[in-house]
Design a protein around this ligand. Sequence first.
Ligand SMILES: Nc1ncnc2c1ncn2[C@@H]1O[C@H](COP(=O)(O)OP(=O)(O)OP(=O)(O)O)[C@@H](O)[C@H]1O
Ligand SMILES: [Mg+2]
Length: 376
Amino acid sequence: MVINENVTRKIIPIAGGKGGVGKTLIAANLAMELARNGKDTIVIDLDLGGSNLHTCLGMKNTGMGIGNFLSSREVMFQDLIQSTPYKNLRFIAGDVLVSGLANIQFSQKKRLLGNILKLKADYILLDLGSGSNFNAIDFFLISNSGFLVTTAQTTSVLNAYGFLKNLAFRFLIRAFNKHEEISKYLRKVIKERKPGSFVTITEVVKKLRAIDLENGKKAEKYMSILKPKLIINMAESPDDLLVIEKLRDLIQSSLVLDVECMGLIYSDDAVTKSLSNHQPFTVREGESIAAKDIERIALKIVQSGRFPDMPLDLNYYKDTFELTQIEAKNDYEEITSLSKSEDEINIGDLLSIISTQKKQINELKGTLRMLTMNRP
Ligand SMILES: Nc1ncnc2c1ncn2[C@@H]1O[C@H](COP(=O)(O)OP(=O)(O)OP(=O)(O)O)[C@@H](O)[C@H]1O
Ligand SMILES: [Mg+2]
């Protein structure tokens, strides 16, 4: 089990319970920003079965990738590392050339993880596939502090919760794999999970304490090691954080997990524009809000001498969520003042803005309802 091995080189897995939330774009552009800050960075496409990181970096998929490595013992992991057009940034491709690896075996996964841990770089970013399957979770657990991307939309938020719940169970199972009685109990809980039934980690820990007080305490200690960090992507307004804060509360009360917030990235046309021009948006649209949001997250990483601990002045901010709230509000003011000065808003535009906002408020209400319903 990995109990923070990220001391000299920091491995940052980037996951998201739901597909299409922006994991790959964030992995590529965050890697770009870390490299731009002078950090030796490697970004790895671990979305096996759906590799497309190269397109976000503006690269052609011609070199060998993870697919070649997993399907041949002759291919050395080191040989997969490709240079990119960007200083300090290297890249390992996924399985576009050799595909069909969406369900890799445990031994292959172990071999892969072992090689990633041996890489030498300041930062190693992993772009993971969507969903809460064992692959995504095991790669995520290479660090105790991976990034989980979500939007404020209901399905994405619920999937983020589902991801962390599976993660918590898997983590406990690994931690207690030598303890027969506890392993048996955990496996039974997982097996008996039915749609609608809701066994929380809080209840599991309580039960473990009842089986054996010392191990119950140990379970709580293990859980406190995990510090996943949320990134909210494609945000429309600072209010999107309200849902995410509800999510945090639910995670704390049901999963005994402390999550932190790395930051919020606004939905921005510059992202789509840069994609059609095959360049990272932090390069092509450096002045855009989304690029600034990514840059801010990169700075939080770089400025933290003890990352994954966050550089936070607790005299000013209560926690990482409050800091993100302030950043999001400042950005929003910039976005709205820009749009006012760029073109005069006519009555038609105004009506369409109001109707979009109404839709968002309804969506927000729906998500808050779902989260409250899920509360045990
Ligand atoms: N901040 C943003 N602003 C605008 N559009 C965005 C933003 N982030 C992501 N997108 C859009 O979402 C799409 C999906 O992004 P991306 O491929 O990074 O998601 P993903 O989570 O990696 O998806 P998958 O689950 O398929 O791997 C992009 O093609 C882009 O159009
Ligand atoms: Mg992706």
